[in-house]
Ligand binder design. Structure first.
Ligand SMILES: Cc1cc2nc3c(=O)[nH]c(=O)nc-3n(C[C@H](O)[C@H](O)[C@H](O)COP(=O)(O)O)c2cc1C
Length: 209
């Protein structure tokens, strides 16, 4: 915890806190050891129940207000997002003592430039997940990876992956709300920013933690 006098520059500065939030999560894309690399992504199921799971953060765009994730287009979360795009993403960086909540709507992309580029720049090993024969979440009679036997424990070649491109989806979460919580002994700091479509700008304010 910070001692009095050793506060970060953003402690009492709303604009710096906003940039710090985006900077912390952007680190999650480039640094796999960053806690922001594996946020919790929440969706809403058909019964209105929140469903959360860890996902790897693949890309962040502050100007685009977006986060990108990858998933199987046959997955349960994909089904939920097709029905209800509402999405919440939760980050906690223990060293920075910062919790960031971002929420918005997911654009579900199986075709187009973004999905194509996301597929072709993923490693063959990462893309092997999409070779599962049955949809993720399908009940199995016995313990199984779901992968075809011939590829178990092996890295697929590019031409072996082509048939499975249809199982791949990029999820682009368009963020419209950001909440920031910074923990400090001397007093926590909490803020929220809301995207104002008409003004094409973020509107932020401090909140009582
Ligand atoms: C460290 C870690 C990283 C993961 N990354 C992803 C990911 O990038 N995409 C994904 O769809 N699932 C990922 N998962 C699996 C999900 O957490 C989840 O178990 C799975 O996708 C099924 O979720 P669903 O039934 O809600 O679709 C990851 C799990 C862990 C533990």
């Amino acid at each position: 915890m910070n001692e009095p006098g050793s506060f970060p520059a953003y402690y009492d500065d709303l604009a710096l806190s906003f940039n710090e939030a985006w900077g912390l999560i952007a680190t999650g894309v480039s640094n796999r050891n960053s806690p922001a690399h594996m946020p919790v992504v929440g969706t809403i199921d058909a019964l209105g129940v929140p469903q959360m799971r860890i996902m790897i953060l693949r890309d962040v765009s502050q100007p685009g207000r977006s986060l990108r994730f990858h998933t199987d287009s046959r997955s349960i979360k994909a089904e939920q997002l097709r029905k209800n795009p509402a999405t919440s993403v939760l980050f906690y960086d223990p060293a920075a003592k910062v919790q960031i909540r971002m929420s918005g709507k997911t654009h579900f992309m199986t075709t187009g430039d973004i999905a194509d580029a996301a597929w072709s720049t993923s490693t063959p090993f990462a893309r092997r997940c999409y070779m599962a024969e049955a949809a993720p979440g399908t009940p199995a009679a016995e313990a199984s990876s779901g992968l075809p036997e011939w590829i178990e424990g092996k890295q697929p070649e590019e031409d072996q992956l082509a048939d499975y491109r249809g199982n791949f989806a990029a999820l682009l979460v368009e963020i419209d709300t950001i909440e920031w919580l910074y923990l400090a002994n001397a007093g926590h700091r909490r803020a929220r920013w809301q995207w104002n479509e008409a003004q094409n700008a973020w509107a932020g304010s401090w909140l009582i933690p």
